[in-house]
Design a protein around this ligand. Structure first.
Ligand code: F6P
Length: 519
């Protein structure tokens, strides 16, 4: 049975929050810190693997209290429990949403579990064991020097981001490549560095129908054969929820997963094989353990101390009451280079929707635009706008306490820069010269991971997943479908005919004009 829910704008707390936002229009965080010696303690907390300081944000304890009342009224806890229990909360596709099961320890039952979950968990672990055994086999295979993951969206961004982030844990001697774009430049620039006998291709696609991935996989296979490659079965493996399609394609080694794993939530499944090859099976299990620890925090911590929920409430406050349309992500760790792109898919594909679960238009804004670059690089590019531009928008800094390199001087400077940016945004600096004036009172959140390990990264990523779940649930939308990507896919296929010289009848004048220019 689907959990009852109330959309946040229909709650009694909503108009109270609107009135509260009016009262808080002139909130000056500098004054708020001066008046409340407990502000940092109130708005910061340690969750598994992640410390978060939310005190430099444009809210007050009373704001959060109202937002928490709204979450309680909307039945957020019941919605969360329905997800963990395996209810079909992805209602437009009639599917359960169980990426959390992928990191659940073997045999662990939770109160409220649907009866079929015990068997599903058993299958999860059987697949995980097989996938990790294969990863170890690949790692031990000196003939395999290059692994090419061919996939896109969730079948690319998560594994790619994690492999880069955990570079310190990867074994030398094997290179991981990620090919996602249908743009032949990408595949070709990877292939020209490879030899077929030393390469393993992983064709990663939940549906095994995605145009970009299938096109790249076909071209990779053609290259493999043209270069004299022998033994396709040894050099190609598939990661998919449709093993029968991979078999039809001629791939014999397949690791499967289930339709209750959404693409952008799939790095914990067989889609994580490149991660397991890079960091080893023990490392992959630590990644899962970190995520599971955050799952338990999300399930068990009281709402007022529940970090994913607190983040989501801040997001709703900013989006719907202060009108912020974007959030900047600045990871202060070069390995987290792809984190902004990963979070873009996670949040914007999940919550970038204009209708509620019942298909009714929403009266309020939903997912903001996420964007960003690692610090310090961003500081020398777009931070100018954050400090002095006309738009105020929240910045999110992710810092790592212990570095994994032997250049301590670098790390102190990096951390000092991260702290300084958040400080400068808050305190500003007055100057009679407009060009040199920093208004300050600009919001930021600051996350600290003790070290960037598989475990802390797993916890941080699960935190972000649950944050997106909470804001989506409160907005009353289905965070687990993505119908908005379909139209462009369909039209692209139709336009191929036009590009091959076919009739342009019925096209809008701009598309027809561009095709005429291109052929
Ligand atoms: O087009 C969007 C999307 O469906 C994403 O949600 C998904 O992660 C990506 O395409 C790739 O899909 P697949 O893993 O089925 O190839």
């Amino acid at each position: 049975m689907a959990a009852p829910f109330l959309r946040c704008d229909q709650s009694a707390a909503w108009p109270q929050l609107q009135a509260h936002a009016q009262q808080l229009q002139d909130l000056d965080m500098r004054r708020a810190f001066a008046q409340d010696g407990g502000r940092f303690a109130h708005f910061s907390q340690q969750a598994p693997g992640v410390f978060a300081d939310l005190s430099k944000n444009l809210w007050q304890p009373q704001t959060e209290a109202l937002l928490l009342a709204m979450a309680a009224e909307c039945g957020l806890a019941a919605q969360r429990d329905a997800m963990f229990a395996g209810e079909a909360i992805n209602r437009t596709e009639d599917r359960a949403v169980l990426h959390t099961l992928l990191r659940r320890p073997r045999g662990l039952a939770l109160a409220g579990d649907q009866p079929w979950l015990a068997q599903a968990l058993h299958e999860v672990h059987a697949t995980l064991d097989a996938m990790l055994a294969f990863a170890e086999q690949v790692r031990a295979d000196a003939a395999i020097t290059d692994i090419v993951n061919i996939g896109i969206g969730g079948s690319d961004l998560g594994p790619q981001m994690v492999v880069r982030a955990l570079d310190a844990y990867t074994q030398p001697g094997q290179r991981l490549h990620f090919v996602s774009n249908i743009d032949g430049h990408e595949l070709q620039s990877v292939l020209r560095r490879l030899r077929p006998e030393n390469t393993l291709f992983l064709v990663a696609s939940k549906t095994f129908t995605t145009l970009e991935t299938m096109t790249n996989a076909r071209s990779a296979l053609a290259w493999f054969q043209a270069q004299g490659g022998q033994d396709v079965a040894r050099h190609f493996a598939a990661l998919t929820a449709c093993p029968e399609k991979a078999a039809a394609w001629g791939i014999r080694t397949t690791f499967g997963f289930w339709d209750w794993v959404g693409g952008r939530y799939s790095l914990w499944s067989a889609i994580g094989l490149p991660i397991a090859i890079a960091i080893g099976s023990a490392g992959f299990r630590q990644l899962l353990a970190g995520a599971h620890a955050m799952d338990m925090h999300f399930c068990q911590a009281p709402l007022a101390a529940n970090l994913p929920l607190r983040l989501a409430l801040l997001d709703i406050w900013y989006r719907n009451f202060l009108g912020f349309g974007s959030r900047c992500i600045a990871p202060y760790h070069a390995g987290l280079q792809r984190l902004p792109a990963y979070l873009q898919q996670l949040e914007m594909e999940s919550n970038g929707k204009g209708v509620d679960m019942a298909g009714q238009p929403l009266p309020m804004a939903t997912a903001p635009i996420l964007w960003g670059e690692p610090g310090c690089n961003g500081q020398h590019a777009f931070f100018q706008m954050l400090h002095q531009g006309r738009d105020r928008l929240p910045l999110e800094i992710i810092a790592v306490h212990q570095a994994a390199h032997a250049l301590p001087g670098h790390h102190r400077l990096l951390l000092a820069n991260a702290l300084a940016q958040a400080q400068a945004l808050l305190v500003g600096r007055s100057s009679a010269c407009g060009h040199r004036h920093f208004p300050g009172n600009r919001p930021s959140s600051f996350f600290v991971l003790d070290a960037l390990t598989p475990e802390t990264l797993g916890a941080y990523l699960a935190l972000q997943e649950h944050r997106v779940f909470c804001s989506g649930a409160l907005w009353g939308i289905n965070s687990f479908d993505q119908w908005g990507v379909e139209l462009g896919k369909q039209l692209a296929l139709e336009l191929v005919a036009g590009l091959e010289g076919g009739a342009l009848d019925g096209l809008d004048a701009s598309t027809a004009g561009l095709i005429a220019h291109l052929i």
